[in-house]
Design a protein around this ligand. Sequence first.
Ligand code: GLU
Length: 447
Amino acid sequence: MQKKQESVVTRFAPSPTGVLHVGSARTALFNFLFARKHGGKFILRMEDTDKKRSKREYDDDILEGLSWLGIAYDTLYRQSERGNIYKKHLEKLVANGYAYISKEESKEEGKRSEVVRFKNPNRKVAFKDIVRGDIEFDTTELGNFVIAKDMETPLYHLAVVVDDLDMGVTHVIRGEDGISNTPRQILIQEALGAPRPLYAHIPLILAPDRSKLSKRHGAVSVVEFREKGYLPEALVNFLALIGWNPGDEREIFTIDELIKEFSLENVQKGGGVFNVGKLDWVNKEHIKKLSADKLKKNIIKHLPDNIKKLDGYNERTMEKIIPIIVEHINRFGEVEEMAERGELGYFFERPEYEKEKIAWKEDSLSDAKRHINKIVGLLQNIEPFTIETVKDAIWDYATEQGRGSVLWPMRYALSGRSKSPDPFTLSAALGKKESIERLEAASRALN
Ligand code: GLU
């Protein structure tokens, strides 16, 4: 008969000694997805016992990053607040002969003259890793390792084991760099009479050159990706796909869909590559799913102030150019780049014209003027004024006169730029009145 599975408890246990790295965020995500999928509990545990290197600002950054990604924990612990619990277990280990206080020669004068060492039973430790299969270590070479600096100051391995026991952790899902820590932790567990959690060591995230992903490869912190204008649901989706797949070809998931699909059995052994091009694609897919309102909010958030301050700036025109913007971006930070390249400002302020640029190729300035005046006439009576109706009104004339000869001056008059979207799209975005006024201004410039 199958034993009923006890309720799942997972934990993400970052050390707040740096900002939230995307690799850590993915570890958090896998723990979160697994707990949610099984109706279990997901714990966030700040491993902040290293007083020198742990900083409140990093603790804040981790909380902020997880919250932005939508990775919600059920309970938050900080190891720095749990000294008594570690002490109690340390005392028990010493009392039962599993650990001993060792007087040591201090390397530095007056320092660390006493440590607590674990009495290593010197034997083989085997465990079954859900991702990597059977793993066996001979612990002999580890010697009688140190588990606390003194009775008040536990070190990493002891704190992890005591916490996992005390918090009822059933599944330890962590980066594969945690594998070599596991035998020591299992020895301590056994000495404490603690149940052994199941282990799943997930592959590292690699840079495209298959080295360990680090700062020199570009952005690595979650907050940096927020600033670049990636959507949190897209970053979550992308991170889930590094080292995991649903077992078929699907790639675009909401976080709720990931909860449904996730399984540790589908996590692969080999390292997964962090490919920014793929992230951009995933992000674009999620942009396409946004409601009009969310799309607008995200774009406006990334629109530089100098654009918002232009006299002609208004939300109506802004709404009309959203499809133009979306076509050109994969992430919202690119809105700033478009603005810097001058691709947005002209929608909200009248362009200046360079006379010679108004006419198409070999056409004369008077040809250009004639076409522009004709276009003004054709636009007068269009109702409603949309991309299609403008195109319908101009197309036959342009075909008859030569498309370049008509459409180039029209487009240049509307944008003042050699490169811009097509003149129908521009007209519809600017509206009838503004389009006609710009065309008339260009016509005057040709006098
Ligand atoms: N605090 C450890 C780290 O940041 C992780 C501990 C664990 O997951 O067991 O690397």
